[in-house]
Write a protein that binds this ligand. Sequence first.
Ligand code: NI
Length: 204
Amino acid sequence: MLFSSCRRKAQGPKIGLMNVQPSPPGPTFVDWNSGEITGDGVEESVKTVGQLAGIFGDEAARQKLDPSTEVYRVRFWRPVADGTNGGLFWGATVIQPGRVGDEFFMTHGHFHAIRDRGEYYATVKGTGALLLMQENGETWSEPMSPGSVHYIPGSIAHRVANTGDEPLTFLASWPSDAGHDYAKIRSTGFGKRMVLRNGAACLL
Ligand code: NI
């Protein structure tokens, strides 16, 4: 166990097994320059242009791109089982620079299946926009730049677009029972899109 050599020897009666807390999993490690997370149990998911049908506004432009082009990847650590009440997950997302037509590469976006669960995002590298949407479709955005920390309240859908010309990396932590509701985004989308207009990123 970590730091066991620093502990004073227990005085008095020996601690019974019933009083010993189980060791938590981990730790994992973050490279604070790159945002990469490593360690036992870190999982990874990659999303390509071919897997994001119906997410971008210009479907014809999407079909002209190489379907194997990576849009983003998520590395995540689940120290407790998915669905555990009271636990937390940790992840790092890297979104590549690029566009589908005039729309910036972005994540799929989701509500949490349990709606009142919040989340933190924190930007490590790159520039982008956090798109936020209420259930009624009202959509707004927050700028993301290295060091920006974003609190996403429960019941707010969230998606990130890379508006820069380098990979955008951000860290996240969310409740282990939050779950993901992607279906609502697939059926209704977000109320606005982050697109390139006259050389600048605009939410339209
Ligand atoms: Ni989330």
